[in-house]
Design a protein around this ligand. Structure first.
Ligand code: ADP
Ligand code: MG
Length: 566
């Protein structure tokens, strides 16, 4: 069995490759999608559905969308403690791992995790670190669009007899981000040709817009913090329904206000037209970066839950003058692709012929000294491996000592696209000892070898003496040492995390609280009874009774939510 994880901004999924195909693994609540949210409840951290409920009703007690700050020092306060995005991601990963292990009855250790194509080295390392803290061994990171192409099996189906390669455009509208990538598939090799996006455009913006309409039409204030959770809940439900229905009825009690209205899809599309228009820019940019026209694209692949909205699909189809390929659920496609990739890494026999490569998303190089008006100036950037080079790649350049008799050169290694190193990201440095030579400037050959697992090997050789020096960049700049990882793991051990077994109970409790908040007076009385009964069952601690009651309550909550938006 080979495992892959889609660590999403709003949802995360885990999939397994077995018997020749990828499958999703349900979490403790039976759902394939675990919200990437961590929250505090009764002094314990909760992860997933329950945390998302808390995020809606009590945002101060929850951390969400932390994927956006991977690779930065941003901290999230939960109760007395601050957590960074790596720790929060580790909690989500660990929840996925534990749920999958409980479901399969087998250990989950080696995984492939997907990351956005535009993630830089620091962000990628942050994801690797999170995996390590969660007790996973991250075999490889895969770009999300590459995973989507794999899930669709695009590497297997030569598109057109006349074409030697297939070009696919991956249109990924998630909860908080919009990513467009163009991948080229050639003889089983998938290459990201271009990627563009909007880091602040996603399904949540549509929910927000809809919540304002609901507020407006009901004569309540959308800014009222007390009403916001309820408004967002109704809007989210209405939005999802409007993906398949032309009209919905909304009926609910929000605080002192009675909400009763009907909403049409065309009204929704009218108020969100500007959001849809914002997708044009990244689409055009990706095409122009790849030097392509819409008609050059052979396959349009829709990814991300929000790509279900008819307006988003229609926009993509119109802009690319073709219908999207269908067949794989847009919520699942990336996760399924990560499992395929895991099988590829392990050379599963079912995937014998597929080769995988990737491109380096960023330029890698070193600092050099240039002459400015005849005077040597530091700080210039000399690229060795250019952005979008197919990896694995190995490139060599020669550097000359600036002065006669110089006895060492310090090689500083950077990633980035700026001509001066100060604006790039420093990955590490190495010192090269030179023979004392007063006759001529010493020359060294410098070789960068970058492989698909993200490891950069830097080899320097002094040409006159043959002395060689090497460093591996994975161990520098940001990657945690074993000791740091151990500390992080211990910190995680000491966090009070509610046990997996109780996740479902907590989720029921949060759902009941939320339902109560939104119910009308008469329903409230009934709900109070239900809540008391539930609390009673929890106190009696009879697992079978609790299990049965949970099932009934889920059923009841589903019906109740359905009565709000129909
Ligand atoms: P991410 O990869 O960023 O975690 P997802 O792919 O899970 O995001 O997409 C989440 C978004 O998809 C949310 O904004 C959610 O409201 C939206 N979404 C999910 N299902 C539907 C649907 N049926 N119609 C419209 N939007 C949907
Ligand atoms: Mg996603």
């Amino acid at each position: 069995m080979h495992f892959g994880i889609d660590l999403g901004t709003t949802h995360s999924l885990i999939a397994v490759f077995r018997d020749g195909k990828p499958d999703l693994i349900p979490n403790a609540l039976g759902s394939f999608m675990t919200p990437s949210v961590v929250a505090l409840r009764d002094g314990h951290l909760v992860v997933g559905e329950a945390a998302r409920e808390i995020a809606l009703s009590d945002p101060g007690q929850a951390a969400a969308c932390f994927k956006r700050s991977m690779g930065t020092a941003k901290a999230y306060q939960l109760g007395e403690t601050r957590y960074d995005s790596v720790e929060l991601s580790a909690l989500v990963l660990r929840r996925l791992k534990q749920d999958a292990e409980a479901h399969l009855g087998a250990e989950v250790r080696e995984v492939v995790i997907s990351v956005p194509a535009y993630f830089n080295e620091l962000q990628r390392r942050a994801v690797r670190d999170a995996g390590q803290i969660a007790g996973l061994e991250v075999l490889r990171l895969i770009n999300e669009p590459t995973a989507a192409a794999l899930a669709y099996g695009l590497h297997e189906t030569p598109d057109d007899e006349d074409e030697d390669s297939t070009l696919a455009l991956i249109f990924d509208l998630g909860g908080g981000t919009f990513d467009v990538s163009i991948v080229e598939i050639f003889e089983g090799v998938i290459e990201v040709k271009a990627s563009a996006g909007d880091a602040f455009l996603g399904g949540e913006d549509f929910t927000e817009a809809l919540s304002r309409i609901i507020a407006l039409e009901s004569g309540v204030s959308a800014e009222d913090m007390a009403l916001r959770p309820g408004l967002l809940r109704l809007a989210e439900q209405a939005k999802r329904q409007l993906s398949t229905k032309a009209e919905v009825q909304i009926a609910a009690q929000l605080g002192a206000h009675e909400i009763d209205l009907s909403l049409t899809r065309s009204r929704f599309e009218e108020v969100t037209a500007r959001l849809v228009q914002r997708m044009a820019l990244p689409l055009d940019r990706a095409l122009s970066d790849a030097g392509l026209q819409p008609e050059d694209i052979h396959r349009l692949v829709l990814v991300g839950g929000a790509s279900r909205m008819p307006a988003a699909r229609a926009f993509a189809a119109k802009r690319l003058r073709q219908l999207p390929v269908i067949g794989v659920n847009p919520d699942h496609v990336v996760a399924l692709g990560t499992a395929v990739q895991a099988a590829l890494v392990a050379r599963d026999a079912a995937l014998d012929d597929v080769v995988m490569t990737d491109v380096s998303a960023f330029t890698l190089g070193v600092e050099t000294i240039n002459l400015v008006n005849g005077t040597p100036r530091k700080g210039f950037y000399l690229p060795l491996i250019e952005r979008n080079t197919v990896i694995p790649a190995s490139r060599e350049k020669h550097l000359q000592a600036v002065e006669l008799g110089q006895t060492k050169i310090v090689i500083k290694i950077y990633q980035g696209e700026a001509p001066r190193v100060e604006s790039n990201l420093k990955l590490g440095e190495m010192e090269i000892v030179l023979p004392h030579n007063t006759e001529a400037q010493e020359i060294i050959s410098l070789r960068f070898t970058y492989d698909i697992s993200g490891l950069l090997e830097v080899d320097a050789k002094v040409l006159s003496s043959g002395t060689e020096t090497q460093i591996l960049i994975q161990d520098l700049a940001g990657k945690m040492s074993d000791a740091e990882c151990e500390t992080a793991r211990q910190r995680m051990q000491s966090m009070k995390i509610s046990p997996r077994q109780t996740a479902e109970n907590i989720y029921i409790s949060t759902r009941l609280d939320a339902a109560w908040a939104m119910a009308r007076a008469m329903q409230r009385e009934q709900l109070t009874e239900v809540i008391l009964e539930w609390e009673g069952a929890l106190e009696r601690q009879d697992p079978e009774e609790i299990r049965v009651m949970r099932q009934n309550l889920h059923w009841l909550m589903d019906r109740l939510e359905d009565t709000h938006v129909t």
